[in-house]
Design a protein around this ligand. Structure first.
Ligand code: AMP
Length: 599
């Protein structure tokens, strides 16, 4: 197989003394990847030797890779759930980790409709902070002068909740933004944000976005980079500007803050920043009033050198709209992380999105890899633990599924991400993010799998029973041409009595019934963040799915093995489906969501 190898050159010269240390750290970690991994595993196993979880596998104090791999099973969330549940219920014994569990991080991956709970320990925050501290030194290698201005980043916290035993459960970024490490970070000229902490730390997404956008406009000439964690966040921010520029301009003209911003901390800090400016208000009106949003980022923030957003994986769908908004500014995907563990960073951040690679930092946890070959899948059984590959064993061009062991107490846990080795930096593989397993639809942080979609369709089709109607086939599509994006579900119906089919009102209610069934991350995005729009059902003519099959077979699919794809994105298929639509229906209301969760 022909593979384009990426070889990464040594990192340097650094922009400043602090950067030199960070770059040296990266070089050391990547040169000694295997040794660092051996030590990390040994540390994790020594630290957690007396936990109930590890004790059952009879490691007898061994901390070496061989013993670990031969005795400890590879697991998924469901295997750990009973242990996690006990921690949530207040059992303070050393279950997974010998260090006290400081909080639960709630992943955007779900189990039984609720966010997965990842127990974490206090020292992990320092490890995450360490990875963050490496990002700007790498960026400074490629973009000089970032100390001469500010970064406009849209960062948000989400609602948190408490377990029955009083432990906080919240997303990892909420935990980070609320930490002392973030709130009292020392001044770093290379990392000055336009958003004051107060604007980030407001859980009301409207107030937070409004005040962050206002600051971005006020400091517009100083802004050198714009970003959000994921591409969907930056797209949402620009949409917000489209919806609210008149009020924002009014606030700037008058020097008074919109009365909808009621958070006292935001009002207090904005009172120091917001001063009347006729010129700026006029400028914003001129740029926005014509409704032309092409190049809006470069027009409003003309000194922006790049967009700092993740556009890999599911986020690749936002590349065209970001290119449109920014006149094709570079998009840097700086880091690869999860609630379970922060993994690594992009050492060549200015490359095209399709070439983005992440280098896993071997100090973050212990990483193993399952060769990913769909034609010859590896059997993973709990009874005979498999011998998985180490970071140092990986081959160029091959795909692997990531398995992690962490200081917080996850042992050989399958994250679900599929990565491909694209090159090496020193001895460390550089990975292209291929995809997350089992994700059918994703607009923002939501990840909906096939079973969830199936259940939602079944649930909604209950409403059709009284009309003697059934859903004979369905498929779905994540539509990001609308902002915010939304789920589109194509339904082919069988009406026993065509004269008495479901009314528009019933089909609208079917949309809502589907949404009610989707997981809590979906519903939170719909309700609290409004980062997903109302679900749409498109009814297609009878016979459409047969045509879909004919099309697939004409392109070489086997008639015996053909299965209806439960998610589509290929343009000719979309065109076929859309040309057969007889009616469209939208969810008439928001689904139920509360920050409380079931434990
Ligand atoms: P969460 O557990 O909610 O923090 O989500 C973590 C997951 O988000 C990862 O396991 C990946 O599937 C995805 N993810 C995180 N960073 C990236 C990235 N840079 N590119 C693509 N997907 C990512």
């Amino acid at each position: 197989m022909a593979v384009d190898t990426i070889t990464s050159s040594p990192l340097g010269p650094p922009a400043c003394e602090k950067d030199a240390k960070a770059l040296q750290f990266i070089e050391e970690m990547t040169k000694n990847c295997d040794l660092v991994q051996e030590n990390v595993l040994s540390e994790i196993l020594s630290q957690n030797a007396d936990t109930e979880y590890l004790q059952q596998f009879g490691l007898d104090g061994a901390t070496d890779r061989e013993t670990f791999k031969s005795k400890v099973p590879v697991v998924g969330y469901e295997d750990l759930q009973p242990y996690i549940q006990r921690i949530a219920n207040g059992d303070r014994s050393k279950i997974l980790s010998s260090h006290p569990i400081s909080e639960f991080l709630t992943s955007s991956g779900t189990s039984a409709g609720e966010r997965k709970l990842m127990p974490t320990i206090a020292e992990e925050m320092n490890r995450r902070q360490k990875l963050y501290s490496l990002l700007m030194p790498v960026m400074n290698l490629y973009v000089p002068g970032l100390d001469k201005g500010k970064g406009l980043y849209f960062y948000f916290i989400k609602a948190e909740t408490k377990t029955p035993s009083g432990l906080v459960a919240r997303p990892v970024l909420t935990s980070y933004y609320k930490s002392q490490q973030f709130k009292t970070r020392p001044f770093d000229p290379y990392n000055v944000l336009t958003s004051p902490n107060e604007t980030i730390l407001c859980v009301d997404s409207f107030q937070s976005m409004y005040s962050q956008m206002l600051c971005g406009l006020i400091y517009r000439e100083e802004v050198l980079r714009c970003g959000a964690v994921f591409a969907s966040g930056l797209v949402r921010a620009i949409k917000f500007l489209q919806l609210h520029w008149q009020q924002l301009a009014f606030d700037i003209e008058s020097g008074s803050l919109n009365s909808k911003i009621t958070d006292p901390a935001i009002r207090e800090c904005m009172s120091k920043i917001l001063k009347p400016s006729q010129d700026l208000a006029r400028f914003i009106r001129e740029e926005c009033c014509e409704g032309n949003w092409e190049g809006i980022i470069t027009r409003i923030w003309p000194n922006t050198k790049y967009l700092d957003v993740i556009v890999t994986g599911a986020m690749a769908q936002y590349i065209p709209i970001l290119d449109y908004y920014s006149n094709n500014l570079p998009k840097t995907c700086t880091m690869y992380a999860s609630s379970e563990c922060y993994f690594g960073l992009n050492l060549t951040p200015m490359v095209k999105p399709s070439e983005v690679c992440y280098t896993i930092m071997p100090n973050m946890g212990y990483f193993e890899f399952i060769p990913h070959d769909p034609t010859n899948p590896m059997t993973i059984s709990r009874d005979s633990p498999p011998h998985l590959l180490d970071l140092a064993d990986l081959e160029l061009g091959k795909e692997y599924e990531l398995v992690i062991s962490t200081y917080s107490g996850l042992s050989r846990y399958r994250v679900g991400d599929i990565l491909q080795v694209k090159g090496f930096h020193n001895c460390a593989p550089m990975f292209k993010f291929i995809r997350r397993k089992n994700v059918l639809l994703s607009i923002d942080a939501d990840k909906t799998d096939e079973t969830e979609l199936q259940t939602a369709v079944e649930n909604a089709s209950e409403l059709l029973k009284e009309f003697n109607t059934t859903v004979v086939e369905y498929t779905s599509y994540g539509d990001t041409k609308t902002i915010p994006g939304h789920y589109v579900i194509y339904w082919e119906l069988l009406m026993k009595d065509p004269g008495y089919g479901p009314t528009d009102d019933v089909l609208d209610r079917c949309c809502l019934a589907m949404e009610e069934c989707l997981n809590s991350v979906y519903r939170q995005s719909r309700v609290a963040d409004q980062s997903i729009g109302p679900l749409e059902i498109r009814i297609v003519k009878s016979g459409t799915f047969e045509e879909l099959m004919d099309y697939a077979i004409s392109r070489g699919a086997s008639i015996n093995q053909y299965k209806v794809p439960r998610c589509v994105s290929f343009t000719p298929i979309m065109e076929l489906l859309d040309s057969r639509v007889v009616s469209t229906h939208f969810s008439p209301a928001a689904p139920t969501w509360t920050s409380e969760r079931r434990f």
